[in-house]
Design a protein around this ligand. Structure first.
Ligand SMILES: [Zn+2]
Length: 440
């Protein structure tokens, strides 16, 4: 029996102690067998992984492609959330569809080489930007389907009920094929009214919901109960996610535990965005600055589906960004003070398995019959992936290699680097057979 590709001697995340060969045919995983370094079965492409970690790719539940890469267009002084919203709103007035496409493309290309294979892009819709962002990201979704599955969540960043014309545009985007709908109740003059309207639209178009729920450190009020209530009313459990929820970082354990029970029972997932939340929260503090990052690992332990995501890249909300979800897992572990193996594995799960669950991706995972979405990391297990920020070496999307990179070469004294032009970019390493030879 012949295959298109065999990845030999890889360690699947979660089953690291049983190295396997993964055979791919017609874009799907056709067989998983105990490891063999010999070519006992035939394949057009044969890649030796030498015990490296294999994952089904990172899954990004929350990223803004439409407003990425605009740091150079905004001048911020205070670093507050309000300033970020206002300066992006101003910059947005000059966005064109081509401009959004070009910046989104740059961001997507970074995400792909960081091993991301699935993504939920949150796209702003309002009377200023109209459907330009939606159309540009829809084009990116089509053009990058060879490397990453993108779903588009349309949402009103600057309010809905206080913004005449916004509702009609959201409806138009839903008519035109938006994959899900989001909201941002904290910028609306009627937050509960906005939440109710979003659920109404979700029901009408049969869409999942992903809300930017709250973004401050005052736990004395929150919209979370209203989201639980609407989720139960519509029977939308398992189809609702809430992002940021930075208020949860300001709760003591007992109060947080009560909320964890509510979220788990309601079937509401949580996405934490460590880079943005760290950057924007606690700006009023002169010392002992609060982290402002919701404790995802505690909610996870209570049965809440939690993911860690990138959110913004190179803009006033987050002037950083390499689109590495592994870096988000590492950052989260660092700020949440997690160091035990089970805790670090949970951090890895929050950028792989759990976001796939949040997005209801039914065929995610290294299993026979699933699409051959496979990413190889330069490490042997999930713990070292997180602690050492292991480099992604290769990604495959539906059986086709979408990128590869060589491992670094050290030149000891006496060794002569033979650097030729082809060592960079589309040279010998772009070819999978060469990559197979180059893996140490
Ligand atoms: Zn966001």
């Amino acid at each position: 029996m012949s295959f298109d590709t065999i990845l030999r001697n890889g360690c699947i995340a979660g089953r690291e102690h049983e190295p396997v060969d993964i055979a791919v045919r017609d874009g799907r995983i056709a067989a998983i067998t105990p490891r063999s370094n010999q070519a006992t079965q035939d394949a057009a492409c044969d890649i030796a992984l030498d015990g490296k970690l294999v994952i089904p790719g990172f899954v990004e539940t929350h990223i803004h492609l439409d407003k990425s890469c605009i740091s150079d267009r905004c001048s911020c002084r205070t670093g507050t959330l309000q300033e970020a919203i206002e300066s992006v709103a101003a910059a947005k007035l000059a966005f064109t569809e081509q401009d959004i496409y070009a910046r989104g493309r740059r961001t997507l290309e970074k995400a792909i080489v960081q091993g991301t294979t699935g993504m939920r892009a949150h796209v702003e819709v309002d009377p200023r930007i109209g459907l330009k962002g939606f159309r540009a990201v829809s084009q990116l979704k089509r053009d990058f389907a060879w490397a990453v599955d993108i779903e588009i969540c349309v949402f009103p960043q600057e309010g809905l009920l206080n913004d005449p014309g916004c509702d009609e545009l959201l409806v138009q985007a839903c008519d035109d094929g938006a994959d899900l709908i989001g909201g941002c109740p904290y910028t609306d003059n009627d937050p509960h009214g906005q939440i109710a309207r979003i659920f109404e639209l979700a029901k009408r178009y049969d869409l999942d919901i992903d809300l930017h729920l709250d973004f401050d450190l005052d736990p004395s009020w929150m919209h979370l109960d209203e989201v639980c209530r609407q989720t139960a009313k519509y029977g939308w459990g398992g189809r609702v996610a809430i992002g940021h929820v930075t208020k949860l970082s300001a709760l003591d354990h007992a109060a947080l535990e009560k909320i964890g029970v509510k979220l788990a029972n309601a079937g509401i997932a949580v996405t934490v965005l460590p880079a943005t939340d760290l950057f924007l929260m606690g700006r009023g503090a002169e010392h002992s600055v609060p982290r402002g990052v919701a404790p995802a690992h505690r909610l996870l332990a209570q049965g809440v589906t939690c993911s860690l995501a990138t959110n913004n890249v190179l803009n006033p909300f987050t002037p950083f960004g390499d689109c590495s979800l592994l870096r988000m897992a590492n950052l989260y572990a660092n700020i949440a003070q997690l160091g035990r193996p089970d805790e670090l594995q949970a951090c890895m799960d929050m950028v792989t398995l759990l976001p796939a669950k949040l997005m209801n991706l039914g065929d995610y995972g290294i299993a026979v019959g699933n699409p051959a979405d496979i990413v190889v990391l330069d490490c042997a297990d999930r713990v070292s992936a997180v602690t050492e920020l292991a480099q992604p070496l290769l990604a495959m999307k539906r059986g086709r290699i979408s990128f590869s990179r060589p491992t670094a070469t050290l030149y000891w004294p006496g060794a002569t680097p033979s650097l030729v032009k082809d060592d960079f970019g589309a040279g010998p390493f772009a070819d999978a057979r060469s990559l197979a030879r180059s893996l140490p």
